[in-house]
Ligand binder design. Structure first.
Ligand SMILES: Cc1nc2ccc(C(=O)NCC(C)C)cc2n2c(-c3cc(OC(C)(C)C)ccc3Cl)nnc12
Ligand SMILES: [Mg+2]
Length: 344
């Protein structure tokens, strides 16, 4: 759990501005995973402060500090779905709000902005590094709890977030009106459940439509769709950074996928090709994921907000690099050691 000393260390010192952590901290170029782990909790407080949320919602600094520490302790340590993932997702959500001036321009309400930041922190809480289908196939406790509704892991992440919010001295939202607090919980539920890839694929055509006809902030459905889009953009933001950083994160994801594939083989089940270290050809898989899922997200964001052109250009550059790598490693040669050799 969280000790008094840890909380005091976080609230005693004045929270520095985001630029204190790095001169590029406020830029889409910045790779937040490079921030040393002990700085991540203070950086969260700095971002929340910088967005004016402490003042706007009269947030209690001490309980916000305790909440942040409880959330980071709520993550396990698989290669990818750990606290550093949650931190980097929260950082990109901060960049979107800050650089696109989404609240200032009346695109999002400040409550929606707060929900986006808090949901980013919590969206993968207690992730085990395995997929929803693996929960069902392995008859996990989480599957028995949630498989009838679907989005098994996402419902668990939400339950964990609610649990921390309801822990005494962690409810930093105590000064919200009852109406605001109820709306906040509805938003957090919607956002965390929207992080299921299946949900994103279901709304993709609607997202394209909003980009076509333009965002209408008077349309509640547009608010919901935009918030899901921004959450997915934050969730995938590692792929919008420089090539070496993006490639390194892809390596973490495949380490996690291959471990699940090994487990599935041990259970006598056949893993998906992308989880089978003997069959996966990573450059090809990455090109497919970038084309089908990731690039369309930033294309739509850039269409709605030209200020977000940089991440869109960057992920297209990364796609070109994956294409080059594919040609270099044409269909895995039999004599090749492992599919992870592309990361050498
Ligand atoms: C670099 C990168 N490659 C990936 C390659 C494949 C897949 C995958 O799940 N393929 C399954 C087939 C059916 C499409 C995910 C990948 N991925 C994610 C990711 C995104 C997620 O969902 C949202 C955020 C809603 C899109 C959920 C989980 C994860 Cl790990 N994040 N980065 C990556
Ligand atoms: Mg997730």
């Amino acid at each position: 759990l969280v000790t008094k000393e840890e909380v005091d260390r976080l609230v005693q010192v004045d929270v520095p501005p985001p630029s204190h952590f790095h001169r590029d901290f406020n830029s889409f170029r910045y790779f937040p995973r490079q921030l040393p782990d002990p700085c991540t909790s203070p950086a969260i407080l700095s971002m929340v402060e910088s967005l004016g949320m402490i003042t706007k919602f009269r947030l209690s600094r001490e309980s916000l500090a305790r909440f942040t520490l409880m959330v980071r302790k709520g993550y396990r340590d698989p290669p990818y779905h750990n606290w550093l993932h949650a931190f980097s997702v929260t950082h990109f959500a901060f960049l979107l709000l800050q650089n696109l001036q989404l609240v200032e321009r009346g695109v999002l309400t400040s409550l929606e902005a707060l929900a986006l930041i808090v949901s980013s922190m919590c969206h993968d809480l207690d992730h085990r590094g395995t997929t929803n289908s693996f929960q069902v196939a392995s008859n996990s406790v989480l599957a028995s709890l949630y498989s009838s509704e679907g989005s098994v892991m996402e419902r668990h992440h939400l339950a964990q977030a609610m649990c921390i919010l309801n822990t005494d001295d962690c409810n930093f939202l105590e000064n919200l009106s009852r109406e605001e607090y109820t709306k906040f919980l509805d938003l957090m539920r919607e956002i965390i459940l929207a992080t299921d890839l299946a949900h994103h694929l279901r709304i993709l055509s609607e997202l394209r439509q909003v980009a076509e006809e333009g965002y209408d902030s008077a349309n509640p459905r547009h608010h919901d769709l935009l918030i899901c889009l921004l959450m997915t953009a934050a969730d995938l933001s590692d792929q919008t950074k420089d090539w070496h950083s993006s490639k390194h994160v892809a390596e973490l994801i495949y380490k996690e996928f291959f471990t699940q594939g090994d487990l599935e083989k041990a259970m006598g089940n056949m893993p998906l090709e992308m989880m089978d270290r003997e069959k996966a050809f990573i450059p090809e898989l990455q090109l497919q994921f970038l084309d089908d899922v990731a690039i369309p997200v930033y294309e739509i964001v850039a269409k709605l907000f030209p200020e977000a052109d940089e991440p869109y250009s960057s992920i297209k550059a990364n796609r070109r690099n994956w294409s080059r790598l594919r040609d270099v490693y044409k269909r895995r040669k039999p004599e090749s050691t492992s599919s992870l050799e592309v990361f050498e």
